[in-house]
Design a binder for this molecule. Sequence first.
Ligand code: SAH
Length: 214
Amino acid sequence: MQEDNFFQKGKRQQLVRLLAQEGISDKRVLEVMAELPRHFFVNTTYADHAYDNKPLPIDKNQTISQPYTVAFQTQLLSVEQGDKILEIGTGSGYQAAVLLKLGAKVYSIERHKVLFDNTKQLFDKLGLKVHLFYGDGFKGQPLFAPFDKILITAAAPTVPDELLKQLKVGGVLVVPIDNGKSQTMTSFKKINDTNFEVKKHGQFSFVPMLKGKE
Ligand code: SAH
């Protein structure tokens, strides 16, 4: 089992204070991020930087999102106990673990087999019960739909129609939509089967959401 010492706990507290100063106001999101060891989810090469407010490299040229971005996207979801949430882009598993610790039932899809395998192994070791799938997130998970919330953690060219279909009425989908230079964080609240309340929440930077699996 990986260790979590006072030094790491202290750095985590500092990071969470910074996130609060930068405008993250959801107390439960901050609490969970203060509890969950991010250094378990990063490559040991970068363990010393696990509590910097920065994205870090993971396998296959992908990244674990910046802590501020994780906090921001999670806050937009307004997670409630028992929410059924679909995440696209498992990556390191950190975001999925944050959602799980908030009391959600988490389903997460990853298109890279290596990342899927590594994260599955890590979750088994840590006893985190997330439903992980190896596949193309553009297709969602129709067998488990509909979802209360859907979170896309890669830059999408447009909002995937199939995912809007798999969202419950009243549910929210959060997606960074590519505009060429960066991505506009966008939320879609489902009013009924054909109408959505769309809101924009500023610019972010993500790795691309790609079709198919590798
Ligand atoms: N949520 C992750 C962020 C990882 S970066 C974390 O907390 O670490 C985005 C991830 O999305 C990458 O791992 C990338 O491989 C994956 N991805 C990109 N397009 C995808 C798709 N169509 N389906 C599933 N995963 C995808």
